[in-house]
Design a protein. Structure first.
Length: 581
């Protein structure tokens, strides 16, 4: 099971899709009955039945559950979820925020779906409108040109300086040696010699090396000096990248290519795929979308090359679970390799160390969304229009909320009209095609009364439709001036294959030859296009033709039509750019 309830102490144990696990603690709360009920809802919300796929999401729901128990207990509620009333829930939600209400609503819905324990009026209330309105998202503000240049220059200087010190430090094998033999505890070249063989060491661990080798007592130190402590720390920082330096690399990667790895889950060394000698294909997965990839620019490629080399020594001493992580750095106190979990803290520390400030002289805020937005805005200034979405990792809704949220009432009306038109178009395409045989054509009005009403046909129109007066290349069109694919009152400009999904098309036996010609055209396009490209351009039309239209024709009609198919583009009215090779 992806989630199980642990009764002693109370909690919910999750096993996520990436193989990791996590336990949400619900023990010690003032209302154990309600906590146990919310634990049931929390477990039921695990993927694949619910939306909890990752540790961060699970923690959000766990925090909401704990706060709900505390808040309701403070207000005097001490019973199980089955005793909750609408008034109790309304008071709790009105005192909170939208996120807390959304999470606790979902937990109660999942609890009721599993046990059916909630009161009927509460169950109906959960399906109603939220008490707290969803917060209005503001668009990211791009960095100014001066801030952008300052960010790039500061990060570039920091990573290059750190990398230069690293290249110098790894040469210690040439002039350094075992400090036990030289008896130079404070010599940086000897400390580097030792760390290249034993990994990153604190000064305390460095002195433990002497005690272990010389047999001194555990409570005694051979020597201790401020100089030696500073030397050990400096050598460790030179040989192994710290997490603030790692944050500088990541910010600079975003500046160079717009891909901000802070928002990308589980980026590993294996996701960096070389495509030739000077090109990298970066593959990554974000929690709300499928697998994405991006071809990196030249500066980004060189930066990743530098990072992989810079972190290679630390990677040799990292645990097996960390060795394939792309972004790892040394911790400050334990001096071992670690992931970049607390991203904001490391960015802030880098800003403090580098003295980076914004245009107002305040500490610079390195934000992944602003980096991505600024990168795309600068591309747009140069007339770039090569991407349909600003961020391929976002859904269309998130994209609109972050970058194209309308604020004017007229804009909102226009957006609503576009949405309504799109929804209507989807509904029209979902309608099954109208395919008639010769025998049924004469009885069209009697056999298909619903279709006749939908198409708005009268007796004269039906006669023209069946008689061939309204034929286009692929079908008989009930109204070419309807404006489904173009301006109302103008002849339809749609390409021949668009008729396959058009709700105004009626397919008759005399169209079998052209439908088979179109089927052969799809086959030629499939041979010369990539699968992904073909599915986006012709996939829906080819599926409708082969699965919904042609199977309804008789074998005789298809055999007769196949005799007229020559199998080349001359049979179909195509534009030059649509022709096959």
């Amino acid at each position: 099971m992806p989630a199980t309830i642990v009764d002693e102490p109370l909690g919910v144990h999750f096993i996520f899709v990436d193989g990791t696990d996590w336990t949400i603690r619900l023990a010690g709360l003032p209302n154990p009955q309600l906590a146990r009920d919310l634990a049931v809802g929390l477990a039921a919300n695990a993927h694949p039945h619910g939306g909890i796929k990752r540790r961060g999401t699970a923690n959000g729901y766990g925090i909401a559950a704990r706060r709900m128990v505390h808040a309701l207990s403070k207000d005097g509620f001490s019973g199980p979820a089955s005793e909750l009333t609408r008034g109790v829930l309304m008071r709790f939600w009105m005192a909170g925020n939208h996120t807390r209400e959304r999470n606790t609503r979902q937990l109660l819905k999942d609890l009721d779906l599993t046990t059916g324990c909630l009161r009927p009026d509460v169950r109906a209330y959960l399906d109603g409108e939220p008490v707290q309105a969803r917060p209005v998202l503001t668009t990211y503000k791009a960095y100014t040109d001066a801030e952008w240049e300052r960010l790039e220059t500061t990060c570039r200087h920091a990573v290059d300086e750190s990398y230069a010190r690293y290249k110098l430090a790894i040469q210690s094998d040439k002039w350094g040696s075992d400090p036990l033999l030289t008896d130079r505890e404070d010599a940086e070249e000897d400390i580097a010699w030792l760390m290249l063989r034993r990994g990153p060491l604190t000064y305390s661990a460095y002195l433990d090396y002497f005690r272990a080798r010389t047999g001194e007592k555990r409570g005694m130190r051979k020597t201790f000096s401020t100089t030696g402590c500073s030397a050990a720390q400096q050598v460790r920082d030179d040989l192994f990248p710290s997490r603030p330096i790692m944050a500088a690399y990541k910010a600079l990667l975003g500046v160079y290519c717009g891909v901000v790895p802070d928002g990308i889950a589980d980026l590993g060394v294996g996701d960096v795929e070389w495509a030739g000698d000077a090109m990298i294909l970066l593959s990554y997965v974000k929690g709300r979308t499928a697998r994405e990839s991006s071809v990196l620019t030249g500066p980004a490629v060189r930066l990743l090359e530098q990072w992989l080399d810079h972190s290679s020594t630390l990677r040799r001493f990292a645990d097996d679970s960390l060795r394939e992580e792309l972004w790892i750095g040394t911790t400050e106190h334990k001096a071992d390799a670690a992931r970049d979990h607390v991203k904001g803290a490391h960015r802030r520390k880098f800003v403090e160390q580098s003295g980076l400030v914004d245009d107002q002289g305040r500490k610079f805020c390195i934000h992944g969304g602003r980096i991505r937005h600024t990168y795309d805005e600068r591309l747009a200034r140069r007339g770039w229009t090569g991407r349909a979405l600003i961020d391929p990792n976002h859904s269309a809704r998130t994209e609109g909320d972050h970058y194209a949220t309308p604020t004017d009432p007229d804009q909102l009306d226009d957006i609503d009209s576009i949405i309504n038109d799109g929804q209507a178009d989807i509904l029209r395409k979902a309608l099954p095609p109208v395919v008639l045989t010769s025998e049924r054509a004469a009885q069209f009005a009697a056999d298909f009364p619903d279709e006749v009403r939908r198409l708005g046909l009268d007796t004269a129109a039906i006669a023209e439709l069946v008689g061939g007066e309204r034929d286009v290349f692929t079908a008989a069109c009930t109204d070419q001036l309807a404006g489904v694919h173009g301006p109302v009152g103008k002849p339809c400009p749609a390409r021949p294959w668009v008729c396959l999904l058009c709700p105004l098309a009626v397919f008759l036996p005399r169209h079998a030859s052209n439908l088979l010609r179109l089927d052969a055209f799809f086959g030629r396009q499939f041979q010369q296009m990539t699968t992904d490209h073909y599915l986006r351009v012709f996939g829906p039309y080819a599926h409708r033709l082969t699965h919904d239209i042609l199977p309804k024709f008789s074998t005789e009609a298809k055999a007769k039509g196949a005799l007229d198919v020559a199998g080349d583009d001359s049979e179909i009215p195509l534009r030059p750019e649509e022709a096959t090779r």
